[in-house]
Design a protein around this ligand. Structure first.
Ligand SMILES: Cc1cc2nc3c(=O)[nH]c(=O)nc-3n(C[C@H](O)[C@H](O)[C@H](O)COP(=O)(O)OP(=O)(O)OC[C@H]3O[C@@H](n4cnc5c(N)ncnc54)[C@H](O)[C@@H]3O)c2cc1C
Length: 404
């Protein structure tokens, strides 16, 4: 077995972050991605201070922070425009020790791949776990080119993870969360607006600025699985949100129907028994896919990646400049599971609870929700932020690297 070979299955946010963290620890990393290129699915992504601090460990946190665009006010609104709860960028940064950064997914993928050596990522390379290995036997992964033996395999192959299924075939897998989402990136509207998330009956809309002057808008609505608009998704958004407050109509007017992304939401409501087996670790959506209601799926994948690399340790002992003798997969990966499973299980559940409140559809429940949010927020500007206590204030178990 090649002592320092790590294979990462999947070049999403989680897989790429793990690859960078392992590479910096001296591992010889190969990332296998089944898609023909790295163009990520999805428009924008929000990275909270917890993920930024995780990225600090691999020297990339400041590159993300530099993309922060939100200044001034923001908060929760009703479809007619009434503010239910307000906060501001300064309060958010003060509470969690950093800004909330909205960036384009392609930008994040560029930042991560720029920290990897040429040739580390192989696209058009669908991979299958053949053998998870154990403390005495390497793991084996098959691609169309043949098999690769590895001291470590990272299963970062997303919500439909075949690696997860291979490790835990009895697990029921993801379930439909009862809602669908839409995402767009468009030029900023002419009239100014404050970033907002607006909750209506069984649906929500959010608008957030990007650093490059465009805006990222997302919407969610209760819907049966597998639905598609009879005409196009822009027309569906106009039916659902066309009479909501500024800037929603202006954004919809700018939307190209072909650019609207629509995805049903599934999540892993049954936690896995472990995030590892043999020499294989699962991370990100493969381990704990969650509803997007807290915007934490990608953040948690990034946390997973740096915590995994921390427990694995460097491939080369810097003092001895020889192979690290103490990588015992069963011990290192059990520590990874112990670190990550309770935290991510709690966040999956919280995202589901938040999602259920967001999607309340009955008029009395919606009215009661608005009254409660607005009454509670009168006691302080922290209501919008309080939901992220214990999540966005997370700190990694290892000191930050120098900024790249
Ligand atoms: C509407 C919406 C909004 C969201 N907003 C946010 C947000 O603001 N902030 C946030 O943190 N999260 C957000 N999320 C969640 C976030 O998108 C995911 O949690 C995150 O992308 C998961 O990353 P991942 O690397 O685990 O998986 P993925 O990004 O799914 O990557 C998995 C990769 O593995 C590849 N793959 C699969 N099978 C194989 C195979 N056999 N061989 C090789 N490659 C394979 C896939 O092609 C893919 O590239 C949102 C999700 C949705 C639906």
């Amino acid at each position: 077995m090649e002592q320092h070979r790590a294979v990462v299955v999947g070049a999403g946010i989680g897989g790429l972050t793990a690859a960078v963290a392992l590479h910096l620890g001296g591992w010889q990393v190969t990332v296998l991605e089944r898609s023909a290129d790295l163009a990520p699915v999805g428009a924008g992504i929000g990275l909270a201070p917890n993920a930024q601090r995780a990225l600090d460990v691999i020297g990339l946190g400041d590159r993300v922070r530099a993309l922060a665009a939100w200044q001034g006010d923001g908060g929760m609104r009703a479809p007619g425009g009434r503010w239910l709860a307000r906060t501001n960028a300064k309060a958010a940064a003060a509470r969690f020790g950093g800004p909330l950064v909205l960036l384009h997914r392609a930008t994040l993928v560029d930042i991560l791949t720029s920290a990897l050596p040429d040739g580390a990522v192989r696209t058009g390379a669908a991979a299958t776990l053949v053998d998870p290995g154990d403390d005495h036997r390497p793991a084996r992964v098959a691609t169309s080119d043949g098999e690769i033996e590895a001291a470590l395999v990272v299963g970062a192959d997303g919500i439909r993870s075949a690696t997860r299924h291979a490790l835990f075939p009895g697990h029921p897998g993801p379930r439909y969360a009862g809602c669908t989402t839409w995402r767009v990136v468009v030029p900023a509207p002419e009239r100014p607006f404050a970033p907002h998330e607006t909750w209506g009956a069984g649906r929500l809309w959010g608008t957030q600025p990007l650093k490059d002057g465009r805006i990222y808008a997302y919407a969610m609505a209760a819907a049966p699985a597998g639905g598609r608009a009879p005409d196009d998704e822009k027309a569906e958004l106009l039916r659902l949100f066309g009479d909501w407050h500024h800037p929603v109509p202006e954004i919809l007017a700018a939307v190209d129907p072909a650019q609207v992304l629509r995805h049903d939401v599934h999540h892993l409501t049954d936690p896995l028994p472990a995030y590892h087996q043999g020499r294989v670790a699962l991370l990100g959506d493969a381990a704990h896919a969650m509803m997007p209601s807290l915007g934490q799926g990608g953040n948690q994948a990034i946390e997973d990646a740096v915590v995994l690399a921390h427990h694995i340790g460097p491939a080369v002992d810097a003092r001895l400049t020889g192979p690290a003798a103490d990588f015992v997969p069963s011990r290192a990966l059990a520590a990874y599971t112990a670190d990550r499973l309770p935290r991510t299980t709690a966040i999956v559940r919280k995202a589901a609870r938040t999602g259920a409140v967001t999607l309340l559809a009955a008029r009395p429940a919606v009215a009661l929700r608005a009254t409660l949010v607005s009454a509670v927020s009168r006691f302080g500007p922290g209501l919008v932020l309080r939901g992220f206590d214990g999540i966005a204030d997370w700190r990694p178990p290892v000191a930050p690297a120098r900024s790249a």
